[in-house]
Design a protein around this ligand. Structure first.
Ligand code: 5IU
Length: 251
């Protein structure tokens, strides 16, 4: 199905990752622009995307964000991935994309739930179109947190309904469980991506219902890229840790 709007394609995202030579997405769950800018500069060579929760940044200021995070990331060939988990109706998701943090102006990939209906994808892309930009949506098919309600049937419905959407580059899968990832891969086929949070070399670091799996197992099970936060940002040596995760996920 042609989307009727210009999207960032799966091929473009995969090419950008290949050019960086790493399948690590950094979850930069930090509180200030300086902290994010600092970790980006430190580990940038080992990551293909920078995943943010921009609503958690205490000193958010758009000009500083663009100067200290967005432009440096672009120079390093890193895609900006805002994990906003949009879930409202299409029109409200569009408003949120164009709100205070101007997500549509800088994010290349955003996450969304499929729960409210397929028009959420169109609302998000409408925002990018208004900004003269292209991006893509990663839809939550599974989650890594224990007790979540995204069961197998929900996952299958999500994949079936998004398979033909050009505006969806892929799905979020449960990185903590390789068999969940391989089941998801068999539903998805090869045309779309699977990105997996819930990855840490030390599974004992899991807090508040998070669960962790091994990066190599996630990739072997069919993940395109692993999302790593604590394993890098809470490590005493983030650069060495990022390098290690990149090596663990290389062929
Ligand atoms: N994240 C998950 N699990 C999910 C989804 C997103 O952990 O199912 I969807 C996010 C939350 C956090 C990052 O930003 O991925 C994982 O961080 P840690 O590696 O620190 O657990």
């Amino acid at each position: 199905m042609s989307a009727g709007y210009a999207c960032l394609s799966v091929d473009e995202i995969r090419l950008s990752m290949e050019e960086k030579g790493t399948r690590v997405i950094l979850a930069a769950d930090l509180f200030t622009i300086s902290e994010i800018s600092h970790i980006l500069n430190e580990v940038g060579r080992h990551i293909c995307m920078l995943k943010t929760h921009v609503d958690g940044i205490h000193d958010f200021d758009l000009d500083r964000w663009m100067d200290e995070v967005v432009r440096p990331a672009r120079k390093m060939g890193i895609l900006l991935f805002e994990d906003r988990k949009f879930a409202d109706i299409g029109h409200v998701s569009k408003i949120q994309m164009l709100g205070h943090q101007r997500i549509a102006d800088w994010a290349d990939v955003v996450t969304a739930h499929r729960i409210s209906g397929p028009d959420i994808v169109e609302g998000i892309h409408d925002a990018w179109r208004e900004c003269g930009r292209r991006g893509s949506v990663a839809v939550l098919a599974q989650m890594s947190s224990s007790g979540n309600l995204l069961d197998e049937e929900y996952c299958r419905k999500v994949v079936d309904s998004c398979r033909g959407m050009d505006g969806v580059c892929g799905f979020i899968g449960n990185g903590s469980n390789p068999s969940n990832i391989s089941e998801l891969r068999s539903l998805v086929g090869s045309d779309k991506m699977i990105l997996t949070p819930g990855i840490n070399l030390n599974s004992g670091e899991a807090r508040m219902g998070q669960r962790y799996g091994h990066p190599r197992e996630a990739i072997a099970a069919g993940s395109d890229a692993v999302i790593v936060g604590s394993g890098i940002i809470r490590n005493a040596e983030p650069l060495a840790a990022a390098k290690k995760y990149a090596e663990e996920t290389s062929a």
